[in-house]
Write a protein that binds this ligand. Structure first.
Ligand code: BES
Ligand code: ZN
Ligand code: ZN
Length: 491
């Protein structure tokens, strides 16, 4: 998508469609009386009630320069969150494109309480970019869409800040869309090797460094927990991407992503129903990849390291048996009682490797437990960790970035639940309760208390299974937007 910013008002914009956001059933518009009158008439007569993500497209019949108006609902101001704005922008573009629009315009000089002008531009532009996304890699006759454009028109109080917000949104959007094409690939195509190649190419193009540990390297490094996951003929990998930062003295933040290219459960095989969705078990790593690409493009002050812990979890002759005991890289022994609880095994070695980078903080993202869907559904991810300052910062960054995190505790009882009978730890809890927290408690055993660490369980948010106004089924890349907001906030 192409973006621009102009001080010229809405009614002189000869574009295919004008996007008007509607909050409390009222259009967010200033200026043009003709446009206001058209919009108010439409709201009154079309049954459009401005609920979040609701859209309505109608022609202007030459009464004003833009050819159509797309109304996009933001719900009520009391319930407003940035997520709604970003999704409304995406939904508006999708509805507009369906109606044949290519060039879009929206007003800069509107009043939306609690949202600054640059934050408005950023969220709308990034949401609009996401709205143009289609995953059609496997369609033999894909519908070709021309590149869309979006202009922000009207008075901008701080044009320099507006342009910066737009440039950030453009870079973030590029990172999200290109990574979504990888995240949506199925397990037979997005193999560990393919992901490593993708990361290496992206690093080369954007100036990051990238190194890959293969099976023999992982054996040398004692990454036996990760190796225990790779039961098929596809080898495990650890991919490390590095961004230097502009402050040579600063310690890096390390992002760790669970990247299971397919999770069949292994010998503890999952039921067949819905198993196909487990191609998205790589989405922690995909969010880290997208965030690293954003970092490479935006060049924040802080150094950032991204680590993807990659394997395919399949039954096979080399697969781990329930009851097997392995020694993790950190030296702790683990009884693997359920091979479907593989994410924590892949992560614990990567967390231990992360310590080598002397991190200022570690954040891991993982589609780790079905239990998080029981707890929070699909509208928030769970966050837990060892440092409440970090957790709070991430919660705030998520809110600003159009995502939602909810904190869960990590108590001693949960840690005790993960103690092994024959080894130091076991990979499932003894009590069979608090599935999301006990998974977090297991991970906490691999991070010293003095290193701020947070774990984000994105099992409920990493992908969407039914069409929504703001996107078709597929990977959401949940987490990337939170991470970049958090990292930009360190500048
Ligand atoms: N990848 C799954 C978690 C998952 C489930 C993600 C549903 C998204 C949707 C993970 O590896 C897993 O299978 N976890 C088990 C853990 C259990 C065996 C302790 C689970 O949640 O059932
Ligand atoms: Zn699993
Ligand atoms: Zn999994």
């Amino acid at each position: 998508m192409k973006y621009s910013l102009t001080p010229r008002p809405l009614d002189v914009q000869a574009k295919d469609a004008l996007i008007v956001f509607v909050q409390n059933k009222k259009p967010l518009l200033s200026g043009s009386k003709t446009i206001c009158a058209l919009v108010e008439k439409q709201i009154k007569h079309s049954g459009f009630d401005g609920e979040t993500q609701q859209t309505s497209v109608f022609p202007t019949f030459g009464k004003t320069k833009p050819g159509r108006i797309v109304l996009a609902g933001l719900g009520k101001s009391a319930d407003f969150r940035m997520e709604q704005l970003e999704r409304a922008a995406a939904a508006a573009i999708r509805a507009g494109q369906k109606a044949g629009a290519k060039s879009f315009v929206t007003a800069t000089d509107i009043y939306l309480s609690h949202v600054t002008e640059p934050a408005f531009i950023h969220a709308v532009a990034r949401g609009a970019g996401w709205g143009t996304y289609d995953f059609n890699t496997f369609k033999t006759k894909p519908k070709k869409k021309p590149e869309a454009s979006l202009t922000f028109a009207g008075d901008c109080k701080n044009a320099a800040a507006g342009r910066r917000a737009l440039a950030d949104a453009q870079a973030e959007s590029d990172a999200l869309l290109s990574t979504a094409d990888l995240a949506n690939l199925p397990g037979n195509i997005a193999t560990p090797q393919k992901i490593a190649n993708w990361a290496q190419k992206m690093a080369k193009e954007t100036g990051l460094t990238c190194s890959v540990l293969n099976k023999t390297d992982l054996k040398k490094q004692n990454c036996n927990a990760l190796l225990a996951v790779a039961g098929s003929n596809l080898d495990a990998k650890i991919i490390t991407l590095k961004y230097k930062g502009t402050d040579p003295k600063a310690k890096p933040v390390v992002l760790v992503g669970k990247t299971i290219t397919f999770d069949s459960g292994g010998i503890s095989l999952k039921p067949g129903k819905g198993m196909g969705w487990m191609l998205y078990d790589k989405c922690g790593g995909m969010a880290v990849l997208a965030a690293m690409k954003m970092v490479a493009l935006l060049k924040p002050k802080s150094p950032v390291v991204g680590i993807l812990t990659v394997a395919e979890n399949m039954p096979g002759s080399g697969a781990t048996r329930p009851g097997d005991i392995i020694k993790s890289r950190a030296g702790k022994t683990i009884e693997i009682l359920n091979t479907d609880a593989e994410g924590r095994l892949a992560l614990c070695d990567a967390l231990d490797l992360a310590l080598k980078h002397k991190p200022a903080a570690i954040v891991d993202l993982a589609t780790l437990t079905g239990a998080v869907i029981v707890a929070l559904g699909h509208s928030a991810s769970a966050v837990m960790g060892n440092n409440s300052r970090l957790t709070q910062k991430l919660i705030k960054a998520a809110e600003a970035g159009g995502e939602r995190l909810w904190e869960l505790p990590l108590w001693q009882e949960h840690k005790d639940d993960m103690k092994g009978t024959f080894a130091d730890l076991q990979n499932i809890g003894k009590s069979g309760t608090a599935g999301t927290i006990t998974a977090g408690a297991f991970l906490s055993e691999f991070v010293p208390d003095d290193i701020p660490w947070a774990h984000i369980d994105i099992a409920g948010t990493a992908w969407i299974e039914t069409p929504k106004p703001w996107m078709d089924p597929g990977a959401t890349l949940f987490g990337a937007r939170t991470l970049i907001e958090w990292i930009k906030g360190m500048n």
